[in-house]
Design a protein around this ligand. Structure first.
Ligand code: SF4
Ligand code: SF4
Length: 168
């Protein structure tokens, strides 16, 4: 399991390097880490806001507690979701099944036309299929009807609070 691949940015990164023994890296090193994580099929994760992103985890499906719990659900795509889904270009796909084997929630199966088919109840939009396709046959597109995430952490807390109150 790769270690040292989760990152903090900005003020939190300063606190973590000074107090908790985090390692400071350059932009180039950070980019190399992200590329290595993509090769390994790790899942980029962060807070669900459009701005103020201050951390990025690169989660391993077999060891990350959060991802592990979500994968135990029958419909992981309803528990968390990036708001994106894969689309496949038939002319490029060679039916190698790399994407099917890389997909953490096992959301892909090979369709009758030798083109992968996505189960949107299981897909959480991680993009691991797209980054691993040797033919560049997969693009990630916005999921139709998916709400735009809140802008800031404060707005996210408000949205979550309203959502919980709406259910009660
Ligand atoms: S990895 Fe790419 S080429 Fe291989 S089956 Fe999936 S979409 Fe097709
Ligand atoms: S984006 Fe691709 S790898 Fe990720 S869950 Fe959906 S189908 Fe699987």
């Amino acid at each position: 399991m790769p270690v040292g691949v989760c990152m903090w940015f900005g003020e939190m990164a300063v606190n973590i390097t000074e107090r908790l023994g985090g390692r400071r890296v350059t932009r180039e090193e950070a980019r190399e880490i992200v590329d290595r994580c993509e090769e390994l099929g790790l899942i980029h994760m962060s807070r669900n806001t459009t701005d103020e992103i201050d951390f990025m985890c690169n989660c391993d499906r077999w060891h990350c507690e959060v991802v592990g719990q979500v994968l135990k659900q029958p419909r992981p795509g309803l528990v968390f979701n990036s708001g994106f889904q894969p689309t496949f270009t038939a002319e490029r796909c060679v039916a190698c099944e790399t994407c099917i084997n890389r997909c953490p929630p096992e959301a892909l199966t090979m369709g009758e036309g030798k083109l992968p088919v996505v189960n949107t109840d299981r897909c959480f939009g991680c993009g691991v299929c797209a980054t691993g396709c040797p033919e560049g046959a997969i693009a990630m597109e916005t999921k139709p009807g998916f709400p735009v995430p809140p802008k800031t952490a404060k707005e996210l807390v408000t949205a979550l609070r309203n959502s919980v109150q709406g259910r009660n």
